[in-house]
Design a protein around this ligand. Structure first.
Ligand code: NHR
Ligand code: GAR
Length: 226
């Protein structure tokens, strides 16, 4: 029996990392098990020698380090990064623990096909050190949010958000670990919506199945069908 009829065009993903790449691994695994109908076409890191590049190599995915410190300016770095990304003809560019702020010029080049996961309940706590900030504020809940990237840092429209409890004795590390486990569920799930053609950015808003999403995006619920 041939399966050719059922196979649509697989979207090409380029994943940008700066470190461990556990979110990258969740994409590699989701593509392998079929829950994400796309392929990781390349992995690019702005830091050499990071574990995420080894994860890509182990999965036979082209992996490249492009060190931002080798360039005279952010713009110069981004020009080269942009060309490298485009050489892989991506349908979707995935920031997965990518730690460089991107200029408006770069973001606009990939607008609508650039997504990020941020470890907070956006719109709360854009920027860095999110878990410590949530603990210091006495928040009862923390989490992570998948969002479209716009020029405003962590300000693009939210797509999918996982909420987890902050426990009394949490450190930033223990909270980060709890949140990260959910990142690995929601990030490939949101990417699958994009690959299925259900998700897009329109006029600066996230639209899923033709409906504009709320400020937090869809709240992830493990038992509900996403
Ligand atoms: N760029 C734009 N324009 N918009 C977004 O929403 C972006 C972005 C670039 C990265 C990821 C982000 C996060 O999810 C992201 C979203 C890095 C920094 C940062 O301050 C802040 C937020 C994010 C990533 N980076 C420092 C810098 O000078 C470097 C820090 C370091 O190297 O450790 O670029 O949180
Ligand atoms: C993740 O928690 C991600 O949300 C966060 O970094 C971690 C990367 O882990 N991203 C940012 O803080 C972006 N500024 P990973 O490398 O194991 O996927």
């Amino acid at each position: 029996m041939t399966e050719q009829l059922a196979v649509g065009k697989e979207l090409r993903l380029v994943v940008l990392i700066s470190g461990g790449g556990s979110n990258l691994q969740s994409f590699i695994d989701a593509c392998a098990n079929g829950s994400l109908e796309g392929q990781v076409a390349a992995v690019i890191s702005n830091k050499a020698g990071v574990k995420g590049l080894d994860r890509a190599a182990a999965a036979d995915i082209p992996n490249i380090a492009i060190d931002h410190r080798a360039f005279d300016s952010r713009e110069d770095f981004e020009q080269n990064l942009g060309e490298l990304i485009e050489s892989f003809a991506p349908d979707l560019v995935v920031l997965a623990g990518f730690m460089r702020i991107l200029t408006a010029q770069f973001v606009n080049r990939f607008l609508g096909k650039l997504i990020n996961i941020h470890p907070s309940l956006l719109p709360a706590y854009p920027g860095l050190h999110t878990h410590q900030r949530a603990i210091d504020a006495g928040d009862k809940k923390a989490g992570a949010t998948v969002h479209f990237v716009t020029p405003e840092l962590d300000g693009g429209p939210s797509v999918l958000q996982a909420q987890v409890p902050v426990l009394p004795n949490d450190s930033a590390d223990s909270l980060a670990e709890r949140v990260l486990r959910f990142e690995h569920k929601i990030y490939p799930a949101a990417a699958q919506w994009f690959c299925e053609g259900r998700l897009r950015m329109e006029n600066g808003l996230a639209v899923l199945d033709g409906k504009v999403l709320s400020e937090n995006g869809v709240i992830f619920n493990e038992s509900a069908e996403q």
